[in-house]
Design a protein around this ligand. Structure first.
Ligand code: ADP
Length: 426
């Protein structure tokens, strides 16, 4: 119970209110906050006890969430009906109520006194409201010295309740954000586990299908070759998906190691162009590349990983550009940094989704009806591969006009420079 402070003047009460409202807004623990509120309610209204009842929307009743220590366990079990109690009336009407003689007042819910073996003499109750919503009731009980509650008591309790309701709501919101966060983390862990297990378990049977299908292809008569090719092509597609999944799993488990060796990014761009040239032609898309004439752009990094990043970008450019469009791959840089660009004149990405395309499994909603059946992993893998080299990847895009994807990676100056000199003189 609160430390009592004799008769307080109005200005003393207001000063105390100001002081307590600062402490309330800094308190992040709900129980501690509610206890503080009832202590102050007793102190400011000079009451014997005070309590907070919050609305339990599931059961449609009020429950004691804070009450004096000696009554706490008993009160926690009690639910207060809305239609036959003072607190219920205050809550339902969102208005205060003063009862100077509780003994003879039929509106008082008697069960609480019976259970606690307590004698309620007077009640001053106010609603706890946030904006237009009432979340509970703050009650002060038994004005000391058998006195009556005054207008000032009501005013001060209402002011306290207004501050308290906001503080309670903030702490509740914070708690629910924390809970949601924990839940999201749990779901993310489940998703990661699923990716790791699924990619691992699918790999072996798929390897067998591919191996046997390739073997059988040699013995199958020419009129069934086409069917066999469909089987092999589909299995290869599945293999690519599984590889994407295990790249993600490895990366998440911190198992992606960078095997550094100097290599020429210019050459990689040219090889990637060659790799995609035929499929671009098939889709009637013009593709070209641009690398510095006499600059190999040597990078000390993991060629395979940078290759995966670049291929994913070019693959996307091809998937999201219609016939008649253009794609360009470009590299530039110096001994410190190397930049690689993939530009297309394709369907583009809505402005508010550009940031999210690098998230795992994210696919632009309007693209979901497209012909290309991706999984939304390609860009997140590209991002991981670039970031593992301490690089950055980003996108600029305009819906209906096209996209530019760019990544920038450190060349790792010293080692790369040495290799570049060898490259130049050779
Ligand atoms: P997906 O396998 O779906 O292509 P990605 O992670 O590679 O997965 O890409 C995520 C999403 O970003 C794609 O589903 C697509 O909606 C959008 N996207 C990626 N690249 C491009 C691009 N060059 N042009 C337009 N949209 C793109």
């Amino acid at each position: 119970m609160s430390e009592r402070v004799g008769q307080m003047s109005k200005s003393q009460r207001l000063e105390r209110l100001l002081e307590i409202s600062r402490t309330m807004s800094a308190t992040l623990d709900l129980i501690q906050l509610l206890d503080m509120i009832i202590d102050v309610a007793c102190e400011l209204t000079q009451s014997e006890v005070a309590s907070i009842l919050l609305y339990d929307s599931g059961a449609g009743v009020l429950r004691f969430e804070a009450s004096p220590g000696m009554h706490r366990d008993d009160l926690r079990e009690i639910s207060i009906p809305l239609d036959s109690s003072v607190a219920g009336w205050i809550f339902t009407n969102s208005k205060p109520m003063v009862i100077q003689d509780a003994h003879s007042d039929p509106r008082v819910y008697r069960r609480v006194d019976e259970i606690l073996n307590y004698k309620t003499q007077s009640i001053l109750g106010v609603p706890l409201s946030v904006k237009t919503e009432t979340i509970g009731v703050l009650e002060a009980v038994n004005k000391l010295d058998n006195a009556d509650y005054t207008e000032d008591d009501l005013e001060v309790l209402e002011t306290l309740a207004a501050q308290a309701a906001i503080a309670i709501e903030n702490v509740r919101l914070l708690e629910s954000i924390q809970e949601t966060n924990e839940e999201l983390k749990r779901l993310d862990r489940m998703k990661s586990d699923f990716i790791a297990i699924a990619s691992h378990e699918l790999r072996t049977p798929l390897g067998l299908i591919l191996g046997h299908a390739t073997f059988l292809q040699e013995f199958i008569p020419p009129d069934h070759q086409e069917q066999m090719e469909v089987i092999i092509r589909s299995a290869m597609r599945l293999k690519a998906i599984i590889e994407d999944m295990s790249a993600i799993a490895h990366n998440e488990q911190g198992q992606s190691r960078v095997r550094r060796n100097p290599f020429s990014v210019s050459k990689l761009v040219e090889e990637t162009f060659n790799q995609f040239r035929d499929s671009a032609k098939e889709k009637q898309i013009e593709i070209g590349f641009d690398i510095p004439e006499d600059e190999a752009l040597i990078m000390d990094g993991d060629q395979e990983k940078i290759e995966v990043a670049l291929s994913n970008l070019v693959d996307n450019a091809l998937n999201y550009t219609d016939a008649g469009g253009q794609i360009g791959i470009k590299a530039e840089g110096d001994d410190e940094m190397i930049k690689v660009f993939v530009v297309d004149t394709g369907i583009g990405i809505p402005e508010d989704e550009v940031e999210r395309v690098f998230d795992r499994f994210y696919q632009v909603e309007s693209h979901l009806t497209r012909k290309h059946g991706g999984m939304g992993l390609g860009l997140s893998i590209a991002k991981a591969m670039v970031e593992i080299h301490n690089g950055q990847i980003w996108c600029e895009s305009k819906e209906g006009t096209g996209s530019l994807f760019c990544f920038m990676v450190p060349a790792n100056k010293e080692k790369a420079q040495k290799a570049a000199n060898v490259f130049r003189s050779g």
